[in-house]
Ligand binder design. Sequence first.
Ligand SMILES: Cc1cc2nc3c(=O)[nH]c(=O)nc-3n(C[C@H](O)[C@H](O)[C@H](O)COP(=O)(O)O)c2cc1C
Length: 303
Amino acid sequence: MSKLRINFLGKELKNPVITSSGCFGFGEEYNNYFDVDKLGAVNLKGITLKKRDGNKGIRIAETPSGMINSIGLENPGVEYFRDKIIGNLKYETPIILNINGESEEEYIAVAEIANEIERIDFIELNISCPNVKNGGMAFGINCKTAENLTKSVKKVLTKKPLIVKLSPNVTDITEIAKSVENAGADSVSLVNTFLAMKIDIKTKKPLLGNIFGGLSGGCIMPIAVRMVYQVFNAVKIPIIGMGGIENYNDALEFMMAGASLVSIGSGIFSNPILPIEVINGIENYIKENKIKDINELIGIAHK
Ligand SMILES: Cc1cc2nc3c(=O)[nH]c(=O)nc-3n(C[C@H](O)[C@H](O)[C@H](O)COP(=O)(O)O)c2cc1C
């Protein structure tokens, strides 16, 4: 049996490497680059109740070692996804569905539909999107709203484990992590993007149509690793670590800080086969260092 296998919330994954929501479409787009079934799991683009066209104007800006995006949750809506997309996906690896809403009612409605889709293995509650006017991050930067929403969604999710995706745009991420754990979250994923902006010096105005966007990529990684390290000390539930992973060394840092799974986002845009390189890199590291089981690495930096 492969030494990379990992049990995550009762499900056996081939390895701890997954893709991040919004950076991997619905998975099919990458079939030409590699076999998607080699991934531990895939996390799909954030879904809302109704179709969304996303934000107007410029939605992406490059930064040193990263990017700012303000896509604004463009997606076809959960019913279209259920009826026209999920049944046609050709891969078999486990799926995480990232759910979103502008109100508690919308989150619950999406969760109810997602709960009945057999092909979905895990639900990720996104309370950290910085690119929508209502809902999103507003729920995730306050312990009480984060806790209440988690409780309400957990109640309707009778068939799937619940991961809550945390925002780094807070004073103390451990407080939010503890609140959602108390509310019944089975896992936390961190981090989403950092609220950021860029000014166009030619027009002397904000570049992005939405003015603000979320910063991701290599430039955020040391902050994300610090947050995973802190949250590992604060909660008992497993952590999905992400933020700026660009090679297998980065992924190992997240695992040593306390992540059970590592998720690859923006790095895929410049290197579409990055997830496979990370899987192979971790496998070689384990062999070279005579590590018997990948689980030994999780949180090892705390020992
Ligand atoms: C273009 C883009 C779209 C994203 N869309 C979503 C989304 O729909 N839901 C979500 O929870 N996170 C979304 N994210 C955040 C990523 O999943 C991830 O948390 C973040 O980018 C940090 O990881 P990275 O530095 O490896 O990209 C998006 C990020 C980018 C760059």
